[in-house]
Write a protein that binds this ligand. Structure first.
Ligand code: AMP
Length: 403
């Protein structure tokens, strides 16, 4: 079992006067023409910020945003619009600092008053960030008293601000923020001695992207529901016709291995029994109902059908723990969203713990307006996948205390 995660309440500020906290956040928000189009990550960062401010801390907040080239400032990837939003939410002045690698920066931090916070300009303007550069980390950590990481969506990356900066602080001065703590509580905690039945729902584009997580869950789940495009590789393996649906011929043997592992543990693999199909993969194409598990040659499956929704929903509603990773169909197109919507609704009707992994299934449940009605929707796509696969995330590993 992994050692305990150190959290904000583990930090002891008593020997410090207005301690300076290096606060790594995930403020990687979508922007359109310099305007923030989704504030979810900003509002998710507020509890940790407010708690630290209440404790009298001086905050040096930082994040990456998008994928700049890494050789200096690019207006398109500036955190300036994020700083403005933070200032509005907090009712404080947010000083956006671009020259934080210079000596003068420490003076700015020292002079910070209680109505001000610092936000470092996009860390990825410097190549060293993604290289995990130790010298870069040393400069970033200079003059700081504590390290707090609340950037769950980046915890699977060993970027400088996620690992090397943390290592500049003794363990007792490092902690996870509330968001990281909540993600770990749900994504790890739900599967620590869970009550049966545990149901894992997988969907999305490819089996190949999800092999590790599928294999992992053959050892955890009682039911594995497979939808999305990956279901066709399973159906084909089992001898069904799948028409023009997306099939990964080269992954057939892996499907065989997963089915064998599931059989050995008596895990039920539940596949679609009907489909919504189309004759071509094009937006606006109408849905053609296919009422059996077999799909005729001229059609491709783009969503699960109504009988499958009822079958999946029944299993989901009767589970004690449910985790959902990957949409059931091409949910971005209205004609093929009903399968993912049906699964999302069933999750909201399940009295057990209901967890939605990040990425597309999180986008789907949010688009259906149901995100508030499940136990937890992860904010990190890649990070939640890796955690569910059972990997130790580098950004989390440095925040573990000995038991
Ligand atoms: P992933 O990132 O692997 O979770 O895949 C999500 C993507 O899979 C979404 O963009 C869906 O549109 C797509 N998808 C889901 N079902 C199908 C399907 N039956 N055929 C093609 N693409 C699909």
């Amino acid at each position: 079992m992994a050692a305990r995660l150190r959290t904000l309440t583990d930090l002891n500020f008593s020997e410090y006067n207005r301690p300076v906290v290096f606060l790594r956040l995930d403020l990687n928000v979508p922007l359109k023409n310099g305007v923030v189009t989704d504030e979810t990550r900003i509002t998710a960062a507020l509890p940790a910020i407010k708690w630290l401010l209440d404790k009298g801390c001086r905050l040096v907040m930082c994040s990456h945003l998008g994928r700049p080239k890494g050789d200096g400032y690019e207006k398109e990837f500036s955190l300036a619009p994020v700083g403005e939003k933070l200032a509005a939410h907090l009712g404080k002045e947010v000083l956006l600092c671009g020259d934080y690698l210079t000596d003068g920066f420490e003076r700015i931090v020292q002079q910070l008053d209680s109505k001000q916070l610092i936000l470092l300009e996009n860390l990825r303007f410097h190549k060293q960030e993604q290289k995990g550069d130790k010298e870069f980390a040393k400069i970033l950590a200079k003059g700081m008293d504590f390290y707090v990481n609340d950037a769950f969506g980046t915890c699977h990356r060993a970027d400088a601000s996620m690992v090397a900066v943390a290592e500049e602080f003794p363990l007792e001065r490092r902690a996870a923020g509330f968001l990281v703590q909540k993600e770990i509580d749900f994504l790890e905690g739900a599967f620590r001695n869970p009550q049966a039945p545990v149901t894992a729902i997988f969907g999305g584009a490819k089996v190949s992207d999800k092999i590790a997580i599928l294999q992992k869950f053959t050892a955890i789940a009682n039911n594995m529901i497979i939808g999305g495009a990956m279901a066709y590789t399973f159906l084909r393996y089992m001898g069904h016709t799948v028409g023009k649906s997306r099939v990964e011929e080269d992954k057939m043997s892996l499907v065989g291995e997963i089915l064998k592992a599931a059989e050995a543990r008596k895990v039920k693999i539940i596949l679609p029994i009907d489909h919504l199909c189309a004759s071509e993969f094009a937006e606006g194409t109408p849905a053609i109902q296919c009422s059996t598990a077999d799909i005729p040659d001229h059609l491709m499956g783009l969503d699960i059908g109504p009988k499958t929704v009822a079958l999946f929903a029944d299993v989901i509603r009767n589970s004690k723990v449910v985790v959902w990773n990957g949409p059931m169909g091409v949910f971005e197109w209205d004609a093929f969203a009903s399968g993912s919507r049906g699964v999302a609704e069933a999750l909201t009707q399940c009295p057990g713990a209901t967890i939605v992994g990040g990425g597309d299934s999180a986008a789907a449940i949010t688009a259906f307006g149901l995100a508030e009605k499940v136990s937890h929707v992860s904010t990190g796509g890649g990070a939640s996948m890796e955690l569910l696969e059972g990997k130790e995330l580098p950004g989390i590993k440095v925040l573990r205390a000995a038991l």
